[in-house]
Design a protein around this ligand. Structure first.
Ligand code: SMG
Ligand code: MG
Length: 365
């Protein structure tokens, strides 16, 4: 397949309500989109990076530069397939989101040309998957309970609460008191706690959570292992896991019993599938995380989440949870599930008018 041109764009998609974690607050989803134009078809990807290096070390303008100066010229230099391009890009150190985006856009073009869905290509076994919702930090407990009530009423089968020091036991207890023990509830600290908080975090064991996600910083596997040894709630890692090798090492060191997979964080859907397989072989369930993706990223994540070892609902909520208007047709919740696209490639088409309206920067190479 010959890559004729690559377009990258920055798009700002307004969020319906701000999303607040222990690390940041976002009012709009500033996304980076990649479009690969080949001799056979074109393909799209949501390059999963944020404006600032807070969730991870990557940030939009650095990712843009990595694409413009290194990775796109490399892709344009010769014939390509997604696995080949991924192997070639691996010679550049770092920039997993940029690599994931180009790999996905190329794969989308290939699959569209051959008429195969991403779900089939990856080995997905389900045509719909259960999804949860990640609830940001709110100003008051009353506001949190109102928000959670709305999502539970909409039919989401699992709620994740963002927590931080000073916003943890009380909101967890309040949600448990309101919705009872049956609600599938989990929490995510985004690394806001330190090893000195080990006892405090262990205390959440009494709430019967599905899992405790990334309470300690990404590099601190030891504190996660100590926590996991003390409690019956499984520890889940997100920011700590950058590859299948790291997933295997984290599991072997007892740092987690569940893994959150985000293709942008791990450098692509092919590496994401390897993490799925390694975890499956070690009897460790995985689930698909979210980064407030546009419909382009959401479609691809649904395909990934249809693989058999994705055993918990993903952070892949319906479009209405995020945006009044998206660049693709909306994904709608039915019985707590979203349909996995089954058309060729990622299975969704971008609306060119909405895309142009949201675009703030564009480069065609
Ligand atoms: O896409 O629904 C979503 C967001 C899910 O909580 C979510 N993501 O650490 O898992 C995580 C966070 C990172 C996003 S911070 C903007
Ligand atoms: Mg997380």
């Amino acid at each position: 397949m010959i890559v004729e041109a690559v377009e990258i764009r920055v798009v700002d998609i307004p969020l319906k309500q701000p999303f607040r974690t222990s690390q940041s607050i976002q009012h709009s989803r500033r996304a980076l989109l990649a479009r690969v134009i080949t001799d056979a078809a074109e393909g799209w990807a949501d390059v999963n990076v944020e404006d600032e290096p807070i969730f991870g070390h990557e940030f939009l303008s650095a990712t843009w530069a990595a694409l413009e100066e290194l990775l796109v010229p490399q892709l344009l230099a010769g014939p390509a397939s997604a696995p080949l391009a991924a192997a070639r890009m691996s010679r550049v150190v770092g920039h997993p989101a940029a690599k994931a985006g180009l790999e996905m856009a190329l794969l989308d073009a290939e699959l569209r040309a051959s008429g195969m869905s991403l779900r089939r290509y990856l080995g997905g076994t389900r045509d719909r998957v259960p999804v949860g919702v990640s609830v940001g930090i709110t100003d008051t407990l009353a506001e949190l309970l109102t928000t959670v009530t709305e999502y539970v009423d909409e039919g989401y089968p699992r709620i994740k609460l963002k927590v931080q020091p000073g916003w943890d036991r009380e909101p967890i207890a309040a949600v448990r008191a309101e919705f009872g023990a049956e609600l599938a509830l989990q929490v995510d600290g985004n690394g806001a706690y330190s090893s000195a908080d080990l006892l405090h975090v262990s205390g959440w064991d009494e709430f019967g959570l599905e899992m405790i996600e990334q309470p300690f910083p990404a590099h601190d596997l030891l504190s996660h292992a100590r926590l996991d040894a003390r409690i019956s709630t499984p520890v889940c890692l997100d920011e700590s896991i950058g590859s299948a090798t790291e997933a295997a090492a984290a599991i072997a060191s007892g740092a987690c019993r569940v893994v959150n997979i985000k293709p942008g964080r791990v450098g692509g859907y092919l590496e994401a599938r390897r993490i799925h397989d390694v975890c499956d072989a070690l009897s460790v369930p995985v689930w698909c995380g979210g980064m407030l993706e546009s419909g382009v990223g959401r479609a691809a994540n649904l395909a990934l989440a249809s693989l058999p070892n994705f055993r918990f609902p993903g952070d892949i909520s319906a479009t209405s949870r995020y945006f009044a208007e998206d660049i693709c047709p909306p994904f709608v919740l039915h019985d707590g599930m979203l349909d996995v696209p089954d058309k060729p490639g990622i299975g969704v088409d971008v609306d060119p008018d909405v895309l142009d309206r949201f675009t703030s920067r564009r480069l065609l190479q």
